[in-house]
Design a protein around this ligand. Structure first.
Ligand code: ZN
Length: 200
């Protein structure tokens, strides 16, 4: 039943969000109209500005308001190392952990031939160019430990075969404070393969 073209349009628009179906979109729209008008206006303005103002950094491909993002532009970041991640949220997680101080390259996805995503779509040529031009000594392939993430990491490593670059992969394993009995077999196998001497 339609009682307002404006409400209908709002509900339809909200459905572009991931995981939001008809019912949830209706609930959100009614909430904003009933009790959240100022929040709704702020959301509309933020959406409008972000959709027209956010671009991809020319250097690392991450979202940025400017041609070069704040991380790439920061003179205090270490050079010579690059960390390759699949998404901006992966980059944020590493930044929040606080230990890594060098640069990034954000693929915005992973290789997925079945979906038509090849090396060109995720910027591998741009990454290789950067590795070459910036004289990168270590490339950390922090793609996800999924089939696609592993395949993407191996593809990049293969493309850099024969160059004098240390290529590393994040260790996968038991969460800190975790118990072996609750860890799945895949994780446990990775943890075994990535074991280190006790002194490290
Ligand atoms: Zn950047």
């Amino acid at each position: 039943m339609a009682f307002s073209p404006l409400v209908d349009e709002l509900v339809e628009s909200l459905r572009c969000l991931p995981g939001v179906g008809q019912k949830t979109a209706q609930r959100m729209a009614f909430h904003l109209l009933e009790r959240g008008r100022s929040g709704g206006s702020r959301l509309a303005s933020a959406l409008d500005q972000a959709m027209s103002g956010v671009r991809r950094c020319d250097c690392c491909q991450n979202f940025s308001d400017t041609e070069i993002c704040q991380i790439c532009e920061n003179p205090e970041r270490q050079t010579g190392t690059l960390c390759v991640v699949e998404s901006p949220s992966d980059l944020l997680a590493i930044e929040q952990a606080g230990d890594y101080k060098a640069g990034y390259f954000v693929l915005m996805g992973h290789l997925s031939p079945i979906d038509g995503v090849g090396p060109e779509e995720i910027g591998i040529e741009r990454l290789l160019k950067r590795v070459h031009e910036e004289g990168i000594a270590e490339l950390i392939l922090a793609t996800n430990p999924t089939v696609e993430g592993e395949a993407t990491a191996h593809y990049i490593a293969d493309r850099l075969d024969g160059r004098n670059i240390l290529i590393t992969r994040l260790a996968h394993g038991i969460p800190v404070g975790g118990e072996l009995g609750y860890v799945d077999g895949f994780t446990l196998t990775h943890a075994f393969r990535g074991r280190k001497p006790l002194s490290e």
